[in-house]
Ligand binder design. Structure first.
Ligand code: MIC
Ligand code: SF4
Length: 643
């Protein structure tokens, strides 16, 4: 039997386990990346492991999320990351160099290699044929130390692309169509591979837009073949030697197949508050809008920016609309400036932001009250923009630009023939903002600078013999890590200060939660399906741990979050019968008899509701390694015990 692209990469990196979907496998990781909002914690954990120098082929630390410095905290964290990476053999991408996924795609990603990043959009690298996966910071720290990265062997989903995109229809519309087809849970436990005749019509940045937003499908990763288009991109980046050809075998087996006809696609938009709430732009056309934001790791490549510049040239942004543009990298920004397109954007009235995540993570540019914001980003979760009642729609750069001029939702295909955008065959390469680490000889003398915002990391405890506690919070389906641990200007500066961060935990759902959890010494959380979807932030596990959460019971979990819960010693369990969810209410007294024994070896446990007498069967779907980790009270204790 033949192999899919992902299976080929997994096979050459397999450290342990069998390549059977649903079974745990261990992978060797070639490259890692971190960003600053998760990086501080990842490097603190790396330091705690006591390893002198990273053992990967390449590790890079990016500064791109926490770039709004409204106090000393972020700047201090940047200094810490800059010095700790210098000491331990990691490259440092300075603030101003761009968004991690865009820069990594340009300068470091390699077809056929493995990459994990402490950011859920690491599968962006799949656009070049690399197996990129998002992970918690602790897993990235372990991989930097040469440790194995564990995942559940994914199923394989194939999306066949046929035809060719029409004028004003973009790669964003392709992934929005896939999201419409599969939904935010549709990729859970799977890798999505793109194939078919349509692939060769898409550039690497277009492919990367598609793999980037595969994170919103809940997929472990998404990947494209590495072909002549990939080779041309690497050549333009002066990295042709990094190219290898990669495609799936003709007889490779997929668990599910879908077809998307690129020629038939129309501009689409994901409506509030979920990336899979997709409608056609034509349906929304005429709706008054207040804000447009263009950028993020999904749509900030040079071709996206040039397209927008060509559409805005000689026009003026509608007086009722505020337009922000954040180029994805210094390379993109410089080339935009040098060809004059930047002037077209500025002249049209765009507010140009630095090349960073910016509004995507609520770092400025929050919409007005109840404002309608069109964003070329990947997530429109409730309150993520920083304005609780904002209505955020996810759209392509083409739809964003057309609507910014008109002041209302506008289908760009109504504008006729699209302007032709010429892409250069060689990109502007200057890695002067990537600092090389100290040599082995110099390492000793590098002093790691720590600011007062860095507070100790909470450490988990072994599970109690019997679990007796309160159902401290009950939430619904599709709870995101943005609900659990919100981001934005007020919260992100405390990513290395868990006690302070805890004041914001779950406040999107329940303002009283942090106080209640503290007063009651924690308890158990009950969630619906796909609990913990979205980002990779391990703070969504670390902070609940700090607040005394011992276990989370849900109908189902998202991949990265469940790994983070286990890493920090919080026991994840699923309801055998999802209907039992109804028999439990906040404040109920709960009991699980022989809890520690269940974590040690049972696949089932019984949750007793002491308030109303109801019972529910719980499943403990854990590997041996995960059980040992939970029994030790989390990964850090487990790793220490193993020495
Ligand atoms: C996001 O897009 O939600 C983030 C911010 O990039 C996160 C990481 C974080 O919370 O720091 C992600 O996607 O993993
Ligand atoms: Fe940054 Fe947004 Fe991409 Fe997350 S999704 S890495 S916040 S640009």
């Amino acid at each position: 039997m033949g192999y899919t692209i992902a299976q080929k990469i997994i096979k050459t990196h397999l450290v342990c386990g069998e390549m059977i979907a649903g079974k745990e496998i261990g992978l060797r990781i070639d490259q890692t990346l971190t960003q600053d909002a998760t990086g501080t914690m990842a490097y603190l954990q790396f330091e705690a492991m006591g390893i002198d120098r990273v053992k990967t082929e390449l590790s890079v630390a990016y500064i791109d999320h926490n770039t709004l410095q409204a106090g000393f905290e972020n700047a201090d964290d940047h200094r810490y990351i800059q010095t700790v990476t210098k000491k331990h053999g990691i490259r440092f991408s300075r603030p101003g160099n761009g968004i991690c996924h865009q820069v990594h795609l340009e300068r470091f990603s390699k077809p056929g290699k493995t990459l994990i990043g402490s950011d859920s959009h690491t599968p962006t690298a799949g656009g070049i044929g690399m197996l990129g996966m998002g992970a918690g910071g602790l897993d990235v720290a372990v991989a930097m130390g040469g440790g194995t990265y564990y995942i559940t062997m994914p199923k394989m989903i194939k999306v066949n692309l046929v035809g060719k995109l029409s004028d004003y229809v973009g790669a964003k519309d392709v992934i929005l169509e896939v999201l419409r087809l599969l939904g935010v849970k549709g990729g859970v436990g799977a890798i999505v591979e793109y194939g078919g005749e349509g692939v060769k019509t898409l550039s690497v940045p277009q492919r990367a837009t598609i793999t980037n937003m595969g994170a919103e499908l809940g997929a472990t990763s998404s990947i494209f073949p590495s072909d002549e288009v990939t080779k041309a991109f690497l050549k333009a980046e002066n990295r042709e030697e990094d190219w290898i050809e990669l495609s799936s075998d003709a007889d490779a087996k997929f668990d599910a197949e879908y077809t998307v006809d690129l020629s038939a696609l129309q501009p689409l938009a994901a409506c509030p508050h979920s990336p899979d709430n997709v409608k056609s732009v034509a349906e929304l056309s005429g709706m008054k809008i207040n804000q447009v934001c263009i950028g993020s790791c999904t749509n900030s490549s040079l071709s996206d920016m040039l397209t927008v510049a060509a559409m805005l040239k000689g026009k003026t942004v509608h007086p009722d609309v505020s337009l922000s543009i954040s180029p994805g990298s210094k390379q993109v920004y410089t080339m935009l400036a040098e060809c004059g397109a930047l002037a077209d954007l500025i002249n049209a009235g765009a507010r140009i932001l630095e090349c960073a995540c910016g509004p995507c993570i609520g770092m400025g540019f929050s919409p007005n009250s109840a404002g309608v914001s069109l964003r070329t980003f990947n997530r429109n979760f409730l309150a993520r923009s920083g304005t609780a009642d904002a209505q955020v729609y996810l759209v392509s750069p083409e739809t964003a630009a057309a609507s910014a001029i008109a002041g209302v939702f506008t289908d760009p295909t109504s504008l006729g023939v699209a302007p032709k955008v010429e892409m250069p065959s060689v990109f502007k390469i200057n890695d002067n903002l990537i600092e090389m680490p100290a040599t082995v000889e110099e390492m000793e003398s590098v002093e790691v600078v720590r600011g007062p915002n860095i507070k100790p990391i909470p450490v988990g405890k072994a599970p109690e013999k019997d679990l007796n506690c309160e159902l401290i919070l009950k939430v619904g389906d599709d709870i995101t890590t943005d609900h659990i641990m919100p981001a934005g200007t007020k919260v992100l500066p405390y990513r290395s200060n868990v006690p302070k961060l805890s004041e914001f935990c779950f406040t999107v759902c329940d303002k009283e939660f942090p106080e209640r959890a503290k007063a009651k010494g924690g308890g158990v959380i009950l969630g619906g399906s796909n609990y913990g979807q979205g980002s990779s932030r391990e703070h969504a596990a670390l902070v609940p741990l700090y607040l005394g959460i011992k276990a989370v019971v849900a109908k189902s979990f998202a991949r990265i979050h469940v790994a983070n819960l286990i890493n920090f010693g919080i026991v994840p369990m699923t309801l055998a019968n999802p209907d039992d969810y109804e028999n439990f209410a906040e404040g109920n007294a709960l009991e699980i008899k022989d809890f520690a024994a269940a974590v040690k070896g049972a696949t089932e446990a019984t949750l007793i509701n002491k308030t109303n007498g109801a019972q529910a069967k719980l499943c403990l779907n854990l590997s041996e390694r995960q059980r040992e980790m939970l029994l030790a009270g989390g990964c850090l204790n487990y790793t220490k015990n193993q020495r």
